[in-house]
Design a protein around this ligand. Sequence first.
Ligand code: MN
Length: 325
Amino acid sequence: MYKLIYKEIKKYDTIVIARHIGVDPDAMASQIALRDAIKLSFPGKRVLAVGTGSAKFKYMGTLDKFENISDALLIITDTPDKKRVDIPTFDGFSAMIKIDHHPFVEKFCDIELIDNNVCSACEIIMNLLKNTRLECNSNIAKTLFAGLVSDSNRFLFDSCTPKTFEIVAYYLEKYKFKLSDVYETLYLRPLKEVRLEGYMATNMELTKHGVAYIKVTDEIINKFNVDSASSGNLVNNFNHIEEILVWVTITEDVKNEIIRISIRSRGPVINDIAEKFNGGGHSTASGAKVESFDVAMELVDALDKRVEEYLKKIKKEKVEKLEEE
Ligand SMILES: [Mn+2]
C-alpha cells in the first residue's frame, strides 16, 4: 500500500493535501509534514496543504491557498468521511487517496490506507515516509511527532502500541529533534485559556450516572476573550476524574450558527451516539454539531443512558466473576 501511494505521488505534478474540518494538531501536522516531505523529494511538484487554519497551530507551518486545480491528486489525511473534508470542491482531481486512523465510515477514495489500530494519522505518515523513498528531515520529523503526541494525549491511550514507540524511537534517533522544542510549542498556552478551564471545572454539571457537561455560551467566550474552539480543545484536560465516566463540552459558535460538542469517555462507547447528532469520531473521543442547547441536552441524555447501561454491565460482570470464584 505504501508503494502504491508513492507511485501515485510520483505520477502527479499537482498534489493537494486536505484533512478534516475543525483542525487539530494531528490533522494539521499530518498534512503539513506530508506536503513538506513530497516537496523535499520532488522539488518540481506543486504541493498544497489546504483547509481553514488556526493561529494556535502556526508553529507547524503555513497552509496554502486552494486555487486552479486540474488533473491533480488529492490526498486526505485524518478524515473518515467525505462530508468532513475541509476543501471547497472535489472538482479537478483525477485521483483521491485517504490516509486515516478513524473507524471506517465510508469509502470515497480510489486508494484508502486505513489503520485504526494506530494512535494518529501522523503515525501512518511516519510509516509511509520510512517505507518509501519519500524524504524527511528534522523539521518534518518534529512536526509528525507533535501530531502523534497530541492525538495520543502524550502516549496516554491504548492505541499506543509497541509499534508506536518503535517508530518514534526510529525518528528520534535518525532526525535528532529536541523533545522540549516540541512540548514548548505544543503545550504553551495563554493565561486566558487557563482561566476558561477554571470556569469550566467550576461550572461543570453532572447527570445522574456520571456524565459531566459544561455549556459555554457566546457570552462566556467573550467574557474570557477566547475563540469558540477553545473550550472544545480543553476537553482532554478533564480526564481521570473519579466521578466522571463521560464528559462533554457544549459550545455556542455564533459565527457559524451552530452548537459545537466535544465528547470524551473513560469506558462507554460514544461515537455511535455522536453520529446520531451530526458527528462522529473514535469510540471514546468524538464530536458532534447541533442547532441548539436543547438538542445538545438530548445528546447528554443519550450519553447518560449509555453510562447507566455500561455501569450495569460492569456490575454484572463483577458479580459473575465473584460467583465463578
Ligand atoms: Mn487524528
